[in-house]
Design a protein around this ligand. Structure first.
Ligand SMILES: *[C@@H]1O[C@H](CO)[C@@H](O)[C@H](O)[C@H]1NC(C)=O
Ligand SMILES: *[C@@H]1O[C@H](CO)[C@@H](O)[C@H](O)[C@H]1NC(C)=O
Length: 332
């Protein structure tokens, strides 16, 4: 009874724990404090997330390597996936996979699947500019749980991806210097864990507004050891995305926070990162300027040396915090 009373008191006293009523409106949210946040689902519909939701460990522990699916797209099959199965070489021999070409791996976010819009947005940009192997990771078995369970499952999902890529390259050819991993939101931490599992060998790892809730101080979060060059693009920092720098290079378009130009909701700002990235893959026109400090990025005062944000150049390298401003609609 006493516990219950304390619980009720803390709920009523702590404004950060009130249930927010306007879908997609995260104006109440305080990183590290608030219990509820609106997060985008696969159809870009905001869903209310309870960050204190209990986790059923048996659900998490029942996952295995087969929980992930790997969907291959190439210029020969840009719209129809060929499913590659870890350990089954015939699925690779019978596909259009070509080990002499670059590998681009894309991981969707919470509540997503291989059919999520982010996958076709990014893969069509890559296939437009370069003859590559696109591998879409479908990790819906874990992603389509409540947010807390999905977060707990992310490192395992990423390890499976890392194991799969090791197997694929050993079996059918490929070169880690030609591997670029891209993940959106929770998917950014998936590809981070994949790169970690692969010993940091991937040439590039790109986190598109890496998910923030439950990732601050989380040892499994995307970090600069996960690839040869790790980049994060922050567009909803402090809300659905992480605000602090976590890669080798961190880009803060329009100060990296909500509202991004033309966005009314945090979900729109969160979803802006994949849009900016896909556009940069096609035309490589988004120029970051080096910041002297994180504060300079927050105040949109960065005016140092230029490093282009995003793009598909696998040999790209760089470090530091970068700011830039963008337009409000495609191609930004
Ligand atoms: C990245 O995360 C891994 C796993 O927690 C850790 O071993 C490594 O030291 C981290 N690297 C950096 C630069 O923080
Ligand atoms: C950048 O801006 C600072 C002040 O905000 C100024 O002192 C500095 O000269 C500028 N640097 C360049 C390269 O424009």
């Amino acid at each position: 009874m006493k516990v219950f009373a304390v619980f009720v008191a803390s709920i009523t006293l702590c404004a950060g724990n009130a249930i927010p009523l306007v879908p997609g409106d995260n104006s109440h949210y305080v990183e590290g404090e608030s219990r509820y946040i609106w997060m985008l689902d696969e159809d870009s519909v905001p869903q209310l997330v309870d960050l204190a939701e209990p986790v059923d460990e048996t659900l998490v522990n029942s996952r295995n390597e087969d929980s992930n699916q790997y969907w291959l797209y190439t210029r020969l099959n840009p719209n129809t996936a060929q499913v590659l199965v870890n350990g089954n070489a015939n699925t690779v021999w019978n596909s259009n996979y070509d080990g002499s070409k670059p590998i681009k791996v894309i991981a969707h976010g919470w509540q997503g699947s291989g059919n999520s819009g982010v996958n076709s947005l990014v893969s069509s940009a890559f296939l437009e500019i370069e003859d590559v192997n696109i591998i879409v990771v479908d990790w819906r078995v874990v992603a389509n749980n409540n947010y807390v369970i999905a977060v707990v499952g992310v490192p395992g999902v990423g390890q499976y991806v890392g194991n799969f890529l090791e197997w694929l390259i050993n079996t059918a050819g490929g070169n880690w210097n030609n591997v670029h991993l891209i993940g959106f939101s929770l998917g950014a931490h998936v590809v981070g864990s994949a790169g970690l599992q692969a010993g940091g060998q991937p040439a590039r790892v790109t986190g598109l507004d890496p998910a923030g809730p439950l990732w601050i101080g989380n040892p499994s979060a995307l970090n600069s050891s996960n690839g040869q060059y790790v980049e994060a693009i922050h567009t909803d920092g402090g809300l659905q995305g992480v605000l602090i720098p976590i890669g080798d290079a961190d880009f803060y378009p329009n100060n990296g926070r909500h509202p991004q130009p033309g966005c009314a909701t945090s979900s729109c700002s969160h979803g802006r990162a994949p849009q900016l990235f896909a556009s940069s893959v096609r035309t490589n026109h988004l120029q970051g300027r080096l910041c002297e400090s994180f504060n300079q990025a927050q105040n949109e005062q960065c005016n140092g040396s230029i490093l282009n944000m995003g793009n598909g150049i696998v040999s790209k390298r760089g470090s530091g915090i970068y700011g830039l401003s963008t337009g409000s609609s495609w191609p930004y």
